[in-house]
Ligand binder design. Structure first.
Ligand code: C2E
Ligand code: MG
Ligand code: MG
Length: 695
């Protein structure tokens, strides 16, 4: 390593020592330092003067000078020539003292009397290199500080051995809330959230061991005020030339806002935006947690499946906004009946899932379910309307019913349907018999939906007789389902299911259309005119534009409206008297006749019925059955007939099976009858034969 222009300053009062050094330099210098010069100063004052005038590569400094001695000499040199490396020259017995000199800023030392050409040469080179790297380090630290003071990032320096902060900038204080002074008594550990200690110290150790030069981490700091802040910290380890760790430099960003946003995004993915409740995804996670917890503590859990009754009606009639508003209110009402430890989630539409935690007996959840169902008693105030909305709840119990979450959900769902079937506004525990029933039900439903397109529905016709003449006046169309596997099914086997699923409206439309076509083709075939009565479900009747639908069918088929009689049940007629009245008026203006079916089973008052264009009352079979034996039934029938006649309505008795019944009805003045006594419901061929023969 040849160095050109090596200027050496020797500050040495002892003439002999100086000559020795000069000689040794001369010896090795010629070949090793291509071009060197040696100046000598005899005391500190002269040395300082020389340092002022010229620039030197290195100073050889005797620590015992006439005008200064020891470490003081070193300090004075350091003050005046901070950038020049110093080699201390000490006496024989003073090695300990020499070590101190190094810590005071000398780069090396040589012991007088032991100096060789070789050691002198190495010491000069070493000192120069060492000073260079010290200066670089110092320079980089200063630059570092200046840069970060300006950049707006938090910056810190810390002692690698203790992890304590030695310097921090203003921004770092702002981020952490501590003053520059306070921070000096703290270190990484005091600032870091305990949950992040383990991970951070692993990285830290790696860096100290030299496995990492630098590392970045996102972690939580505790702000002076006690709240959590999220920071991004980059740390670098600065080492001395010899590899010894000197300092840790760190850059700190406050990423609390970013983390908050991340959290919000995660929250959004886990919560239902409308109600703020957990969504299905989060609910599944919570459920798994609760199940693990429960089995550990040998406790039970209740899974509740809640579904609003007739939510669709609210959406359809008042619009989606009102529907949304209702769901929000519902969420609040459910929540109010739960304990903190319980969980509720909206898992779609008007469906809510709940977990009642920590119950010892299955019945423990019944109380909560009952409270929720009852809390729906009070109307919901939505968009100026008082809405009466009820709910149905199904309950399954972990681990009694099953230990699998999916199965438990399904069971609760099945139980909920059962609660609805039993009249809604109720809760129901799962039990295995429901399951069978529901599996059957679900299969039936999908079959039923295909029944029309597959041509499996057909109509039977049951004649109705005029009592005074014995003639057939009309016939009732009664639907049957020729099921591919189960054979001919009666209405009782599938109408309730069709009612519940809404498919009944499709069936009824099909019946009206089929009947109209049938009557038309009978007329064309020259059969005597016959009137047909058709049963209408409340569902179809409540459909907007129902009357115009019927009139369209009649026009399309070209049948005479007078041949059509529509049967509606009295409950339907009473349900929404305003709507019913206007629809019925439209129909009767077309010439269609209206009958009240199953009269006596509902709560209608004849006074109300008076307002409707009704041509006929059909007294329910249950009143006819016992007329031979039950005087009350006879009294009722007499009264109904009298009042109906008073209101210009005809009366038909349903389910007449015996001569005794007929005799009573005839004598009571009943107009018509329908029943096995006269005829059972007939398949179409048989019925056509009957019509041809003139009834
Ligand atoms: P409903 O309208 O009261 O029809 C009369 C029911 O009484 C028919 O039962 C008939 O077979 C039965 N019946 C008639 N005479 C007697 C008798 O002397 N003794 C006994 N025990 N029963 C008699 P079906 O056909 O099983 O229909 C049952 C119910 O299903 C009907 O009662 C009606 O409410 C409903 N239904 C039938 N067809 C349709 C339809 O196309 N649409 C709608 N929405 N409902 C229908
Ligand atoms: Mg009927
Ligand atoms: Mg009836």
């Amino acid at each position: 390593m040849g160095t050109s222009d090596l200027n050496i300053l020797l500050i040495e009062d002892n003439q002999a020592d100086a000559a020795l050094i000069d000689m040794m330099l001369d010896e090795i210098g010629r070949e090793l330092f291509q071009n060197y010069s040696l100046k000598r100063a005899e005391n500190l004052a002269m040395g300082l003067k020389a340092l002022n005038r010229e620039s030197f590569s290195v100073v050889l400094l005797d620590l015992g000078l006439p005008d200064s001695s020891g470490l003081e000499t070193l300090r004075r040199i350091g003050e005046n020539a901070a950038h020049i490396p110093v080699i201390a020259l000490t006496g024989l017995a003073d090695e300990e003292f020499a070590a101190k000199a190094i810590s005071m800023g000398a780069q090396d030392y040589l012991v007088k009397g032991k100096i060789t050409g070789d050691s002198l040469y190495r010491s000069v080179l070493y000192s120069i290199e060492r000073k260079k790297s010290e200066l670089l380090l110092k320079d980089s630290e200063e630059k570092f500080r200046a840069f970060f003071e300006l950049s707006g990032m938090g910056a810190l320096q810390a002692d690698p051995r203790t992890g304590r902060f030695t310097t921090v900038n203003r921004r770092f204080c702002e981020i952490t809330g501590f003053s520059g002074e306070e921070i000096l008594s703290l270190g990484f550990r005091e600032l870091t959230h305990p949950d992040d200690w383990t991970e951070d110290s692993e990285q830290y150790e790696k860096m100290l061991r030299g496995e990492l030069a630098q590392y970045d981490s996102e972690m939580r700091y505790i702000h002076k005020k006690g709240h959590i802040i999220w920071v991004h910290v980059s740390r670098t380890l600065l080492k001395k030339a010899g590899g010894e760790p000197v300092r840790i430099l760190g850059i700190v960003h406050d990423i609390t806002d970013k983390k908050k946003m991340e959290r919000e995004i995660i929250d959004m993915a886990h919560h239902d935006a409308l109600t703020g409740l957990p969504n299905r995804r989060l609910f599944i996670e919570l459920a798994q947690f609760e199940m693990a917890q429960a089995s550990r503590n040998k406790k039970k859990l209740a899974f509740l499946f809640l579904d609003l009754d007739r939510f669709k009606d609210v959406n359809d009639t008042l619009g989606h906004e009102a529907g949304d508003q209702l769901l929000k209110e519902v969420a609040v009402r459910i929540r109010r009946n739960l304990r903190r430890s319980d969980t509720v989630a909206r898992i779609g539409g008007d469906e809510f899932n709940l977990i009642i935690a920590d119950i010892t007996r299955a019945e423990g959840s019944a109380e909560t379910a009952r409270k929720i169902v009852e809390s729906f008693r009070a109307p919901f105030l939505i968009a100026g309307h008082e809405l009466h909305v009820t709910s149905s709840i199904g309950i399954s119990i972990f681990p009694d019913d099953d230990e699998n979450m999916d199965t438990l959900f399904r069971y609760a769902d099945i139980a909920m349907y059962h609660a609805k079937e039993r009249g809604k506004n109720a809760f129901q525990f799962y039990n295995p018999s429901i399951n069978l029933h529901s599996a059957h039900r679900i299969r039936m439903e999908s079959w039923l939906r295909q029944s029309i397109s597959r041509g499996e529905l057909l109509l039977y016709y049951q004649p109705q007789q005029e009592i005074s003449t014995g003639k057939m006046v009309c016939a009732e169309a009664l639907v049957r389902w020729n099921h591919p596997k189960m054979g001919l099914l009666q209405p009782l086997d599938f109408i309730p299911l069709a009612e519940e699923t809404g498919f009944i409206t499709t069936i009824d439309e099909w019946v009206v259309g089929t009947v109209c076509n049938q009557v038309k083709s009978w007329t064309q075939a020259g059969l005597p005119p016959v009137c047909i009565t058709v049963n209408l479900s409340a569902r179809l009747f409540q459909k907007a534009g129902f009357a115009s639908l019927v009139s369209a069918i009649i026009k399309e088929t070209g049948m005479s409206p007078g041949s059509l009689d529509l049967e509606i049940t009295e409950t339907l007629a009473m349900d929404n008297i305003q709507l019913t009245a206007s629809q019925l008026r439209l129909l009767s203006e077309m010439g269609i006749r209206i009958s009240i079916d199953d009269f006596g089973t509902g709560y209608s008052s004849l006074n109300y019925l008076k307002r409707l264009p009704i041509g006929r009352l059909k007294i329910d079979r249950s009143f006819i059955k016992d007329i031979a034996t039950d005087p009350d039934d006879r009294a009722i029938i007499n009264a109904v007939i009298a009042m109906a006649h008073n209101m210009k309505m005809k009366v038909l008795a349903e389910g007449v099976e015996t001569e005794d019944q007929l005799n009573f009805l005839r004598q009571a003045g009943c107009d018509e009858l329908q029943g096995f006594l006269y005829s059972r419901p007939l398949p179409i061929k048989k019925f056509e034969e009957l019509v041809e023969s003139g009834g």
